[in-house]
Design a protein around this ligand. Structure first.
Ligand code: ADP
Ligand code: MG
Length: 419
């Protein structure tokens, strides 16, 4: 019977199965959620803090949060990162025999199907569900995804194809797959998408990669139903080379965003500040600056705090920026980013970009160098998109997204021609 108020958190430390790290409980009388680490975890020499900033590894400390509109069960952000978001929740609502009610239900029911190293269960002894992705027929999978997304009946035999997406974040249709024996997140188009999202995301990831941005590897698979983008998983889900799954933490969790007003303080330069606190990457400032500039140049205004993450190193307790993911031009809210670009807010202006760069410790010359690789790879964009087989109609639809690309060209004083 669902309506969980509490659950155990397990973490993959590389052994045969995940170990219990802690326990979370929500008290509906006080509206307070409490997380505590378990004793055995604190005594484990391989243990690490699930969130090095907001949940330091301290035995018997009660980490408490108050319920908010966006975090009704007052669960630490890093734990929510390991569970489903809009897409996975819709799936659990539709196909579970026992309907999930609380945020804890979604975490436990989607456990094993999420990303990162965390798992959730009802008791410390109960082994956390560690699901493996399948090697499906992508065309059949596409049909099931489209039917589900359009609220049509999904053949009972095919429902199992969809379940691997029940623990994963984000709102777009997607699922975990093995493709040529490598693990990917497959992202699909919707029937009512105004353009080919999967292809557009593929193009932007490829262009970002060529511009020297550290990106997840992507593949494009074309089926009768349409294109799908396969994004190679970087959290080591198959536990290769006897290494555990990589622990992931989003910027959302690290910035401790609990309610809408907290989002006002989310900015790109804070990613650099946080990265320096929890890791030792020398070039993190240039990398974040490039990602910011790229998002501005392609009009990726959906650059919110769950679309940036850190991965824990396998060999020590430091963290490094995860490869970039979810890069796509969106012809909505053009010129208004989800995070602050710089001290002057979410709008990309030259002054705001330059100030952000300075806050990251980059002088004009360094900023120009970052911009150059982006501008070079956006030259003749229309031709590039044609070469990727994007329909002319879609290219025309997306071109307004590149309105702010000229800011990148102003930084490096190179003329940019998009056609
Ligand atoms: N390559 C990847 N490896 C591991 N986790 C990933 C990868 N790409 C995305 N994720 C995780 O999956 C979530 C959803 O993916 P995303 O591409 O952002 O989907 P959506 O377009 O629905 O927002 C992300 O927030 C991130 O936590
Ligand atoms: Mg996303």
């Amino acid at each position: 019977m669902n309506n969980r108020q509490q659950f155990f958190v397990h973490v993959d430390l590389g052994g045969a199965s995940p170990v219990v790290a802690g326990f979370h409980e929500f008290d509906s009388r006080t509206n307070i959620g409490t997380f505590i680490y378990g004793r055995s975890y604190c005594e484990n020499p391989n243990a690490f803090a699930l969130d090095p900033i907001n949940l330091p590894l301290i035995y018997e400390k009660h980490f408490q949060l108050r319920s908010t509109r966006i975090n009704s069960f007052a669960i630490p952000g890093v734990i929510l990162d390991g569970g489903p978001d809009e897409w996975g929740r819709r799936l659990l609502n539709r196909f579970s025999e026992d309907i999930p009610i609380t945020p804890a239900d979604y975490l436990v029911m989607g456990s094993g199907y999420g990303v990162g190293a965390l798992y959730f269960s009802d008791s410390p002894e109960q082994p956390a569900q560690t699901a493996q992705a399948d090697n499906p027929d992508i065309n059949q999978l596409y049909q099931s995804i489209l039917a589900f997304d359009s609220a049509e009946t999904v053949n009972k035999n095919l429902q199992h194809l969809l379940m691997p997406s029940s623990g994963i974040g984000g709102a777009r249709p997607k699922t975990h797959v093995l493709y040529e024996n490598r693990p990917y997140i497959a992202k699909f188009n919707r029937r009512d998408d105004p353009f080919d999202n999967a292809l557009a995301e593929y193009c932007m990831m490829k262009i970002a990669q060529k511009a020297g941005i550290g990106c997840a590897n992507v593949k494009l698979v074309s089926t009768q139903e349409g294109n799908t983008i396969l994004v190679e998983r970087f959290d080591n889900p198959q536990r290769q080379n006897s290494q555990p799954r990589r622990h992931m933490i989003s910027i959302n969790a690290l910035m401790n965003i609990q309610d809408i007003p907290d989002l006002e303080n989310a900015s790109y330069d804070r990613i650099v500040t946080l990265g320096k606190k929890i890791g030792r990457e020398n070039n993190i400032n240039a990398e974040v600056f490039k990602r910011m500039l790229f998002n501005i140049a392609i009009g990726n205004t959906d650059d919110h705090t769950r679309n940036h993450a850190f991965l824990k190193n396998t060999h020590d307790r430091n963290y490094a920026l995860s490869p970039a993911y979810d890069l796509i031009s969106l012809p909505i809210r053009i010129g208004s980013h989800a995070m602050n670009i710089g001290p002057f807010g979410q709008t990309p202006t030259l002054e705001n970009i330059r100030s952000a760069g300075r806050l990251m410790g980059l002088d004009n010359e360094q900023q120009a160098k970052c911009a150059q690789s982006i501008v070079d790879n956006l030259q003749n964009l229309k031709t590039t998109l044609c070469q990727f087989n994007m329909l002319e109609r879609d290219i025309d639809y997306l071109m307004p997204c590149f309105r702010y690309a000229e800011l990148a060209s102003s930084l490096c004083e190179i003329e940019l021609r998009l056609d």
